[in-house]
Design a protein around this ligand. Structure first.
Ligand code: MTE
Length: 315
């Protein structure tokens, strides 16, 4: 078993709300203003709308009556190994990440490959606030009000060809800005992948904010993937490249520990991780464990994508 496969662990003990310390968010004011300035009519908004607030429309894709996690919880209990492997490392270290200028290259099996400037991505489609469950493979979960737009909107822009069967996502890996990239924890850069029909599903979004604000660095600024029916590690942060591919791409966690982290990694309470159960989860901030839901509660929307597939084999 690769030495680093032990890094992903279920929490040894439950985290209490009081252990999550509010800290500054490392969002530099200039970045906020740039992002804010790109938004339609931002200057006409009431003054209570500080720079960095995002204009969103409500979404029909929201979890029911579950309570949101707090901004502090969502921004101080993170996995972002480029900034360290402890849950509080990203909040402490991600201030060095420069999110402007920022480009996302979209290439591969498509008719119109294009490099998108981040500010043009903020205007590509109406931004929606979506309250989604985030279920980490380590058996903890949160409910997060992401701000983003459907991934399909970006993919449509480059016109995928019939050869585009998969989509690969690559995160930034810059030793100068990311202290964790000097450690051989994963085979950097962090990469992830989806099948094209998964990527086109309306639930898959590119998030650029949370709680109505520009995404904090520790949550994957300036743009990250969110695939709410899959374990959180599929949702690559700080994306710099998206490639349309004919063949299934290698992914960082699958390369690190193939028996533990499959390509699909759909949330499935019936298929345990080799080292722990996936039947229940700990919602950050709650005392009692919850039952994990099939496809993280999104079965109505996504079960059809996997019809006829053995989900034990394709874990
Ligand atoms: N993306 C990159 N580039 N590096 C990472 O370490 N961690 C993943 C995912 N995306 C990770 C990443 C994991 S394991 C999870 S659970 C989620 O990000 C956590 O997202 P959050 O910190 O916003 O809750």
């Amino acid at each position: 078993m690769p030495r680093f496969s032990r890094l992903f662990n279920p929490p040894a003990r439950d985290i209490l709300p009081s252990e999550i310390t509010p800290e500054s968010l490392y969002l530099n004011r200039r970045q906020l203003m740039t992002a804010g300035a790109g938004l339609a009519a931002a200057s006409l908004l009431p003054s209570a709308f500080a720079a960095g607030d995002l204009v969103t429309k409500p979404s029909r894709y929201n979890v029911g009556n579950e309570e949101k996690n707090t901004f502090e919880q969502i921004t101080h209990y993170n996995n972002y190994y480029e900034f360290g492997t402890d849950k509080d490392d990203p909040a402490r270290n991600a201030g060095t990440l420069k999110t402007r200028p920022w480009n996302v290259v979209v290439e591969g099996a498509c008719e119109k490959p294009k490099t998108f400037d981040i500010d043009s991505l903020l205007r590509l489609a109406p931004l929606e606030e979506r309250l989604y469950r985030l279920r980490c493979v380590e058996a903890w979960s949160m409910v997060v009000p992401w701000v983003g737009f459907p991934l399909s909107e970006l993919l449509k822009q480059v016109v995928p060809t019939s050869k585009a069967k998969y989509v690969e996502f690559t995160s930034l890996a810059d030793k100068k800005q990311m202290p964790g990239v000097t450690m051989p924890v994963l085979d950097w850069p962090y990469t992830e992948g989806l099948r094209i029909d998964e990527a086109m599903n309306p639930l898959a979004i590119l998030a650029v904010g949370l709680y109505g604000k520009v995404l904090p660095n520790q949550n994957g600024a300036p743009i990250r993937l969110i695939v709410p029916w899959k374990y959180g590690f599929k949702s690559a942060k700080s994306i710099v490249k998206i490639r349309l591919l004919e063949n299934q791409p290698a992914t960082a966690w699958n390369k690190a520990a193939p028996q533990e982290y499959g390509f699909y990694s759909n949330v499935n309470p019936e298929v345990d991780h080799p080292r722990w159960s996936q039947a229940s989860e700990r919602r950050i901030g709650e005392f009692l464990r919850r039952k994990t839901l099939m496809f993280n509660g999104y079965a109505n929307e996504v079960a059809g994508l996997y019809k006829g597939m053995d989900l034990r084999k394709f874990y």
